[in-house]
Design a binder for this molecule. Structure first.
Ligand code: NAD
Length: 283
């Protein structure tokens, strides 16, 4: 059996076209949705992510502000910038690219972002809203994964979903979103002794670890949906995920590729959140 591909690029094109239309509607009312992106330091991967986010924003007609700061920036100086952007009416969403240099307390910076502009969905208010089912900004990567499941018409009700990874930005919110859709959810992590014992019984597997070929074909139930969040480099320096794609695709029913899977969806959901922030602030 060869799995069907869930094409994150194609789905993103549809989502971004819809975003563009809503951006035009807001512009007609004199409001241009705006995203501010703050990058501290010179992490090359972060620089690429930030460039892609800013470009995607501009492609949909939104306004974007990119601030780049040296790695030596103090926590107080970064907090000052965030405070200024909170007050800036032309900025509807604020994103501080992670990771931050060690002298800066990441939690403090995220909490300093106005909850109304928290388009990454990392603020405690957003996390609490997700936990309790209240409206709020959803973290972009898990939200993008849910959109992919929706796009293939996969009904999670009563299904067994396994999430591998328990980070605050991917694993934990992913598990909560799957739970909201009535899946029975298992979270596996670095201290899980026998991953295969869980994944073999899963109808959906979301892998968010950061280790190449972590998920092998013998760990997957035939026909399962496999969403690969991981971003790694192989020996040739090419982008790859956490899934042994060549072999798992022969067992799975649906699978996301890397690149062209979850990555573009993450950016698309950031655009959706920024647009929604602008729409809410306009109301
Ligand atoms: P993280 O380092 O914060 O978390 C990794 C998780 O993997 C941890 O919870 C840990 O318990 C678990 N883990 C580690 N080794 C394991 C093992 N052997 N078995 C099972 N679990 C194990 O990482 P993160 O920020 O959640 O990101 C995970 C991966 O997803 C990374 O490769 C990251 O680059 C990628 N990522 C991709 C996107 C995207 O848009 N595609 C977005 C965010 C993160």
């Amino acid at each position: 059996m060869t799995a069907q591909l869930i094409d994150g690029n194609a789905l993103s094109r549809q989502l971004r076209a819809a975003v563009s239309e809503r951006v035009q509607a807001l512009k007609a009312r004199g409001i241009t949705p705006g995203l501010a992106v703050l990058l501290v330091g010179d992490n090359p991967a972060s620089a690429v992510y930030v460039r892609n986010k800013v470009k995607a924003c501009e492609d949909t007609g939104m306004h974007s502000v990119l601030q780049t700061w040296p790695a030596s920036l103090s926590e107080a100086a970064l907090l000052e910038q965030v405070a200024a952007l909170n007050q800036d009416a032309s900025v509807h969403g604020i994103l501080v690219q992670l990771p931050l240099p060690p002298q800066i307390d990441t939690h403090k910076v995220i909490e300093a972002i106005s909850a109304a502009k928290d388009v990454d969905g990392f603020h405690l208010a957003s996390a609490g809203a997700l936990m309790t089912g209240a409206p709020g900004f959803l973290p972009c990567t898990p939200h993008g994964c849910m959109k992919m499941l929706e796009a293939i018409g996969f009904d999670l009700h009563g299904k067994h979903a396994v999430v591998i990874g328990r980070s605050n930005i991917v694993g934990k919110p992913m598990a909560l979103l799957l739970l909201q859709k009535n899946a029975t959810v298992t979270i596996c992590h670095s201290a899980t002794p026998d991953l295969k014992a869980f994944t073999r019984n899963a109808d959906v597997i979301v892998v968010a670890v950061g280790k190449r070929k972590l998920l092998r074909a013998d760990m997957v139930k035939p026909g399962a949906v496999v969403l690969d969040v991981g971003m790694n480099r192989n020996e040739e320096g090419k982008l790859c995920g956490d899934v042994d794609f060549a072999n798992v695709k022969e067992v799975a029913g649906w699978i996301t590729p890397v690149p062209g899977g979850v990555g573009p969806m993450t950016i698309s959901m950031l655009l959706v959140n920024t647009l929604e922030a602008a729409e809410r602030q306009a109301r």
